[in-house]
Design a protein around this ligand. Structure first.
Ligand SMILES: [Zn+2]
Length: 366
């Protein structure tokens, strides 16, 4: 795919607006960053940026003066002013990209500590962008704008962007990176060349895990099966065996308290879980979903089960008898509902307590 993009630059027919879209963790943003690097490189070769020129150096640190970033933000505890824009968070954004270019929205929100707020791309943001693009480029022939998650533009911002796309400032290239193109104005979408970024193939992912991350083949295969083509998910599973362990212990304790109907313990555990970041809360609930799925599968076939840790291997066979055909569906529904509530910023303490009380009933259903 990159070669197709590279060809348009070589032929000097690079279009002024592109829309890259693909599922979270598939790597649309890293692809766009390297495309931007190629456009801005002053010494590009047939297939790639040179990697050494001053321009490549600056792009690599995300500090090239002709590379502009727009992404969703909001007020935080340490930054409370009328209208916050990407510029207020550019330092955080750079470290986020260096640390986790495959990161999704929730990772970004946690990174800048948005707590329970969602990010937006507001009108002030598009005003500023228009201002910047009216200036001549500094070092490159081109000015490149990377607009991450344009779904988060409010209506006014979308309309301002549309104007920019309709009458683009000279030598300016817009690279939009989104997950759901359907959420953009049709008029915005129709101005862009669409580029679909597919989920990462299992073979490629396996290769990356064993080669780049030096994982043992069996472990890498387990992770690939759970990651569904998302590098983000894979790195979570990889880097966070620690998290798996935490999720496991908390899930086991919660199930035990549910089984004993120990309301006092349940309230305490709900409190503790609600203190985690939103992302960790979701990861805990997704872990629960996986555990009950595997517990049910254990009734039928043990060969296909993926245990990440030894602790799981000890617990799940004991837990499995409590998961059966009469409770597995409502059980999963409760967990899914909790995930949706957390995504909608519901109060975590209430979500977890509610969940626990329902599970306490379900787990005794035979
Ligand atoms: Zn270069």
């Amino acid at each position: 795919m990159k070669s197709r993009l590279v060809q348009t630059v070589k032929d000097n027919r690079v279009s002024h607006a592109w829309l890259f879209f693909g599922p979270e963790g598939a790597g649309a943003l890293p692809l766009v960053l390297s495309f931007a690097g190629y456009i801005l490189c002053t010494n590009r070769n047939e297939t790639d940026a040179c990697g050494f020129c001053a321009s490549c150096n600056k792009v690599g640190k995300y500090i090239h003066p002709d590379l502009h970033f727009v992404f969703p933000v909001n007020k935080t505890r340490s930054l409370d002013k009328d209208s916050v824009t990407s510029d207020d968070f550019i330092a955080e954004w750079r470290s986020f990209l260096l640390k986790n270019p495959y990161g999704g929205l929730n990772q970004w929100y946690d990174f800048i500590d948005l707590e329970n707020k969602q990010g937006v791309i507001n009108t002030e943001e598009s005003k500023r962008l228009t201002g910047k693009l009216n200036l001549k480029s500094f070092e490159s022939d081109f000015k490149v704008v990377i607009l991450w998650q344009p779904e988060k533009m409010n209506d006014q911002a979308s309309n301002k962007l549309l104007k920019l796309l309709e009458e683009p400032p000279p030598m300016t290239i817009f690279l939009l990176v989104c997950e759901n193109p359907d959420m953009l104005l049709t008029t915005v979408r129709s101005r862009c060349i669409p580029v679909k970024v597919p989920r990462i193939g299992d073979e490629d992912l396996l290769h990356a895990l064993t080669d780049k991350h030096k994982l043992a083949k069996e472990k890498a295969e387990n992770i690939v099966r759970l990651a569904s083509g998302s590098y983000l998910k894979a790195s979570e599973l990889m880097g966070e065996t620690e998290d798996v362990s935490y999720n496991f212990l908390k899930f086991r304790d919660l199930m035990r308290s549910c089984f004993r109907n120990d309301i006092h313990a349940l309230a305490k555990q709900a409190e503790e879980l609600s203190a985690l970041t939103r992302e960790r809360q979701k990861s805990f609930l997704e872990y629960g979903l996986r555990t009950i799925r595997e517990s049910l599968a254990l009734h039928f076939d043990t060969a296909g089960i993926v245990f990440i840790t030894d602790e799981e291997q000890a617990f799940i066979p004991n837990f499995a008898p409590f998961i059966n055909s009469s409770n597995v569906i409502p059980f999963s529904e409760e967990l899914n509902r909790a995930i949706r509530d957390i995504e909608r910023n519901a109060n975590g303490r209430i979500v977890f307590l509610d969940l626990a009380l329902k599970v306490a009933t379900l787990i005794k259903r035979q």
